[in-house]
Design a protein around this ligand. Structure first.
Ligand code: NAP
Length: 305
């Protein structure tokens, strides 16, 4: 029998993956927090995907965390700060050699999950696809993108990658997933916190070029010191390119703060500063940015971790 895709978290990306896999004919089980969320899901009649204004609802099967059936393949689609605890609560259901796919942005949560379930194979995904929830259990596919998948502990690709292609999920295996995750983290650190502090769209940072340049120089230093020199190559030029290409957009961190949602700061700027400290790397501009961001979040009653 074909392996079921268990998908933990029916939020933006979880729903985007679940609906595409389901409509391509793969077996999919959503895993929701509790009976209350499951009842709310059943009341909606399924997951709705809005693609270019075309809305369709798919009756994807769903269960709660405490169902008992074993899990062989788990896509973890919750936020970085929820991942370790959510996966731990499923540890007793994981089949020997289960594959766990981690969609979390930033770094730090992947290692925490891998340490909590050492018998599983953990595969990290760096995604540039964009989706947001317009209602409960309804997701808008907002931005075409790509998914890089890789396992820092084992460069051999898994045998289920064809399922992505068959489902129209753009993706490719890479032996350098850490480089991809670090590069994305560095881009995020150079752009997102400043957009929050200056209350601006990405393009607003063109007026703060010197500050962006200083952050990029420190980020490149961290990347070189922690064994990721490839992620440091032409970082500043790439950051400038992203700022220009996305000038009209609000960053994900900006949107989180504007909507009073917890950010993933600890897995982005917080992680960069922690790694810098571990490698005794002097990064005054990044540390000051981190402090200003924490102050800003605290003043708005948002968690600073
Ligand atoms: P999201 O919309 O907030 O969805 C997270 C989901 O996880 C929610 O549905 C939440 O349930 C669920 N969840 C959390 N803890 C759970 C638990 N213990 N058991 C069951 N479900 C649990 O988040 P997202 O935007 O999809 O982001 C997920 C990750 O992908 C983040 O790290 C994000 O940075 C990354 N990412 C997102 C995008 C994007 O466009 N959205 C793009 C690239 C990367 P409730 O609904 O019950 O709260």
């Amino acid at each position: 029998m074909a392996t079921t895709w268990h998908i933990l978290g029916a939020g933006s990306l979880g729903s985007l993956w679940a609906t595409r896999l389901f409509r391509a004919g793969f077996a999919v089980q959503l895993i929701l927090r509790d009976a209350e969320r499951l009842a709310a899901y059943h009341a909606e009649g399924g997951l709705t995907l809005d693609e270019k204004g075309l809305r369709r609802t798919y009756a994807v099967a769903a269960q709660t965390l405490d169902a008992t059936e074993p899990i062989e393949r788990l896509l973890v689609a919750c936020k970085a700060y929820d991942a370790e605890q959510a996966v731990s609560s499923l540890a007793s259901r994981l089949a020997p050699g289960a594959h766990i796919l981690l969609l979390q942005n930033g770094l730090g949560s992947q290692d925490a999950v891998a340490a909590s379930v050492p018998a599983a194979r953990c595969i990290s995904i760096s995604s540039t696809e964009g989706a947001f929830r317009d209602q409960d259990f309804s997701v808008v596919f907002a931005g075409q993108g790509f998914n890089w998948l890789g396992d820092p502990a084992n460069p051999t690709p898994p045998d289920w990658l064809h399922a992505l292609q068959a489902s129209g999920i753009p993706g490719q295996w890479t032996p350098d997933i850490l480089t991809r995750l670090w590069r994305k983290l560095a881009l995020n650190c150079a752009i997102n916190p400043l957009t929050v502090l200056y209350d601006c769209r990405n393009g607003g940072l063109l007026e703060h070029d010197q500050e962006v340049a200083s952050l990029c120089a420190e980020l490149a230093q961290i990347l070189e010191r922690c064994g990721q020199p490839a992620a440091a190559v032409d970082l500043y030029a790439d950051v400038r390119r992203v700022i220009q290409a996305t000038a009209a957009n609000y960053s994900s961190m900006y949107q989180d703060v504007a909507q009073g949602r917890r950010t993933e700061i600890s897995y982005l700027l917080g992680h960069a500063c922690a790694i810098a400290a571990r490698h005794q790397c002097q990064v005054p501009a990044l540390n000051q940015l981190h402090e200003r961001l924490i102050e800003h979040l605290t003043a708005r009653g948002l968690p600073s971790d």
